[in-house]
Design a protein around this ligand. Structure first.
Ligand code: G3P
Ligand code: MG
Length: 358
């Protein structure tokens, strides 16, 4: 590591490698910093070795989350080195002028995040519940809470919902799954209607496709995640299974069209690599940085962090190496999906990589 202290000094050669850190189970366990998280990130910053934070978490704006992480980890961070599950929805330009449903997160935080990305007309499930008519009779106990942030529904042509984005974990699976199912079964996204095609994306004229792309996005595939509870907890992947289950039960079909992003999916790793490349250039502003040759992905979840890094084929020829830590979801004994190495914690992970870099 001593060598890296000199090598990456401001006018030393630019490192041709970088790190991508998962957050839950690697840097934080719920709200508690994990061992060596602070010293490891500080070391990399002092030595100008680029890194990004790449999480399947979400539900608060990038700005607020980065502020929170900077204080928790006592490391100065900023949004251009931070990617969360829904960050790449900022690129869905064609849908920003349409009415879209955003699901998940506390209150209407995710609606505000989507509006911050440039979405002009965002509805949330609570808007339908508060609009009355009993769209989901079993969340009446939450009605006062929903009234605190619900908004009047768009009218006329604007009422037709053209895309559904699940930004974060649903706080009310019943209401959220019902509204999603209603829309999938509706005529062109108009709540309260029923299409004879029962939302089957394999049938023609289904309102839920745009140039062959289903207009239903889930931002985080994680079935499990590491919280403060001793056993992993159901993540957004659990909610997705529930939505698929009720759609199959309602239609007798199994082909619900959807897009799933977030680790391990390629779209998220490609987005992260682009972001990491820009961040590395900004770290060495004005200098010839050359190509990013290697990225070390440090994660706790074999399904998302390890599989994703191992299977990602970089369009720039960057080699992604996965390192699995024992401080989160992975408990030992279950499939690890062939990480380059399994280590105790994030400090050991970075030491292993720096030694490999020689
Ligand atoms: O909801 C967060 C969970 O899915 C895992 O997040 O940071 O381990 O990718 P992370
Ligand atoms: Mg994790």
């Amino acid at each position: 590591q001593r060598r890296h202290l000199q090598q990456s000094a401001p006018n030393g050669p630019v490192p041709d490698f970088a790190f991508a850190f998962d957050i839950d189970g690697v840097l934080l366990r719920s709200s508690s910093p994990l061992p060596h998280a602070h010293t490891t990130l500080s070391h990399l910053q002092q030595n100008r070795i680029p890194f990004i934070l790449l999480t399947n978490g979400g539900g608060t704006s990038e700005e607020k989350r980065v502020e929170y992480l900077s204080s928790k980890l006592e490391v100065p961070l900023h949004t251009d080195l931070f990617i969360q599950s829904h960050t790449l929805f900022v690129e869905k330009e064609k849908l920003k002028k349409e009415t879209v449903l955003v699901v998940g997160g506390d209150g209407d935080n995710c609606r505000k995040i989507a509006e911050g990305y440039g979405y002009k007309r965002v509805v949330v499930p609570a808007d339908y519940l508060v609009a009355g008519k009993g769209v989901w009779p079993f969340s009446r106990a939450l009605e006062e809470h929903y009234k605190s942030f619900a908004r009047p529904l768009p009218q006329g042509e604007d009422a037709a919902v053209k895309a559904i984005f699940v930004f974060n974990d649903s706080r009310d699976w019943g209401l959220d799954a019902t509204v999603i199912l209603d829309l999938l079964l509706s005529e062109g996204g108009k709540m309260g209607t029923l299409s004879p095609r029962n939302g089957d994306p394999s049938l023609p004229d289904n309102g839920w496709q745009q140039d062959g792309q289903p207009r239903l996005w889930f931002s985080n595939p994680d079935l499990w995640w590491a919280s403060e509870y001793p056993l992993p907890r159901l993540g957004q992947g659990g909610f997705r299974a529930a939505v698929k289950g009720v759609w199959t039960a309602a239609t007798g079909r199994h082909g619900l069209g959807m897009n799933i992003v977030g680790k391990p999916h390629r779209e998220t790793y490609a987005f992260a690599e682009r972001r990491l490349g820009r961040h590395r250039e900004s770290l060495f502003e004005g200098r010839e940085v050359g190509g990013l040759k290697r990225v070390y992905m440090i994660g706790d979840n074999p399904e998302s962090d390890i599989r994703g890094a191992n299977s990602f084929k970089s369009p720039r020829g960057t080699e992604w190496t996965s390192i699995l830590v024992r401080t989160g979801v992975y408990r030992g004994g279950e499939p690890a999906h062939q990480p380059a190495v399994v280590v105790d914690d994030v400090g050991a992970a970075v030491r292993w990589a720096l030694e490999k870099e020689g």
